[in-house]
Write a protein that binds this ligand. Structure first.
Ligand code: 5AD
Ligand code: SF4
Length: 456
């Protein structure tokens, strides 16, 4: 059997796309290989969000060129494909810088992989069309064995692309305009996943809460309506969605956090910065107080919800005082977790043209301080759960024999000792200890209490 090695960088959508490309190639007789050595086809699924992510791709391609040469010396042909957002943004540049690359295919064109691979035998190809036609309608369904091999949690793309044009972000250019998959197509996919043992789905999209896919009734369905329907699928016990924009948190979505038991109390809602002048310069179209009010509404609907965000430090022109506004917001909200990044100027985005870029030393100091605050709140959130009863969905083997690992509804990793349980079980667990990256628990008894009972 021919072997393909797929390496995905960046966001969860790339993980999903990588799996779908594996499904396509599976139909072409390729079996997945965990390492590049010995593979006939090597596919890098790339990320363009920050400059460092892009540098990684070229470093990786240098290594793959050497592997290709070494395998050639032993009589094995190795083909190299670059997919994902770097492919979309700088396809011609990739071909110029790395002659070992056979094919460059953008995120909206990968359903054509088989024919492109065929054409690439004759000449090197770049296909970075952002076509209107529906990629998803052309993808083969994953086989039950592939689904099982991927575990009981799965991502499902429901929306792609973005029309928000934040001043720093390449996504509207690399992934194209907002597009929502039709409801029926998503339900078929989730039903198939559930039939092969998936219990936990995360609906993903660059701007997932802007979802407005066509429903079976011909009307446009909101994300909340879609999730209510997904929750009816037998076997699906946990639903999450990511990533969201504050401006698209509609009333029915907030209400779903109160009314839909399968919707987990976790929300990744990036705010990016805490100063209104910077938010305006970022073209976010909301203020810090808008965000505070929104969080208050969400917490009224679901008091125990775990909140998460993305932050950028050192956006062009950000003063020391404006950075302090970000710290203040972090301390006020008390995020359960958050990602933070140094601003990285991206070619073609409006912010990259601004004259007031922040020096790297200042940037490093701000990032360090912000991460210290984020970590403080993450630890506080984790420690607050010690002594509480939570439901754990067991997902994989634990660190040591006799242990299984799973997730709380709040997306924290938990290890428990158990002789009688198996992967896929939902277990009531009392958290006994919070380590730096994992929680540790024991099976609960009848008198243990849940955090939502404590919060109510
Ligand atoms: N520089 C730094 N971080 C960025 N992000 C997006 N673009 C940039 C950039 N140019 C961050 C944002 C976004 C996350 C996915 O990546 O915080 O929410
Ligand atoms: Fe990028 Fe998200 Fe802003 Fe869209 S909403 S431009 S994906 S940061």
């Amino acid at each position: 059997m021919k072997k393909v090695h797929i390496k995905s960088f960046g966001c969860q959508m790339n993980v999903y796309d990588g799996q779908r490309m594996a499904d396509i190639l599976g139909e072409q007789g390729f079996e997945e290989s965990a390492t590049p050595e010995g593979a006939d086809l090597i596919l890098l699924n790339t990320c363009h969000i920050r400059e460092r992510a892009v540098q990684k791709v070229y470093t990786e391609l240098g290594k793959l060129r050497d592997l290709k040469t070494a395998q050639k010396a032993q009589g094995q042909d190795t083909r190299i494909v670059v997919a994902g957002c770097v492919a979309q943004a700088e396809g011609a540049e990739i071909q110029r810088r790395q002659p070992a690359v056979d094919l460059v295919v953008g995120p909206q064109a990968y359903h054509r992989l088989p024919e492109l691979l065929e054409q690439a035998r004759a000449r090197r190809i770049v296909d970075t069309d952002l076509p209107i036609d529906d990629k998803f309608g052309h993808l083969p369904a994953p086989r039950p064995a592939s689904i099982r091999a991927r575990g009981i949690s799965a991502f499902v793309t429901v929306q792609e692309g973005c029309d928000k044009f934040c001043a720093f972000c390449v996504v509207p250019y690399t992934r194209g305009a907002e597009f929502s998959r039709p409801v029926a197509q998503i339900l078929v996919e989730v039903e198939r996943l559930a039939a092969a043992g998936v219990q936990d789905v995360t609906l993903i999209g660059q701007n997932v809460n802007a979802y407005h896919g066509e429903g079976p009734d011909g009307a446009s369905w909101s994300l909340a309506r879609l999730m209510h329907r997904v929750a009816e699928i037998e076997g699906i016990c946990r639903i999450r969605y990511t990533t969201s924009h504050p401006r698209d948190m509609d009333e029915d979505l907030i209400a779903a956090h109160r009314d839909l038991p399968q919707l987990m109390p976790f929300l990744h809602l990036p705010v990016q910065a805490g100063a209104d002048r910077i938010l305006a310069a970022m073209n976010r179209k909301h203020t810090a107080d808008d965000y505070r009010r929104l969080i208050a509404r969400i917490r009224r609907a679901r008091p125990d919800i775990a909140l998460s965000s993305d932050f950028i430090v050192g956006f062009p022109g950000e003063t020391a005082a404006e950075f302090e506004e970000t710290i203040r917001l972090v301390d006020e909200i008390g995020f359960a977790s958050a990602y933070s990044f140094k601003y990285s100027p991206r070619p073609g985005t409006p912010a990259a043209e601004l004259a007031t870029q922040i020096g790297s030393e200042e940037m490093n100091e701000r990032l360090y301080r912000l991460q210290e605050r984020i970590e403080h709140h993450r630890q506080a959130f984790n420690h607050a759960l010690v002594g509480c009863k939570v439901e754990i969905l067991l997902e994989r083997a634990g660190r040591h024999p006799g242990q299984l690992a799973g997730k709380t509804p709040y997306l924290q990793a938990v290890q428990i000792e158990t002789e009688t349980n198996q992967i896929g079980d939902r277990v009531q667990v009392v958290i006994e200890r919070a380590g730096s990256n994992s929680l540790f628990g024991r099976k609960a008894g009848p008198d243990d209490r849940a955090p939502e009972e404590l919060a109510a």
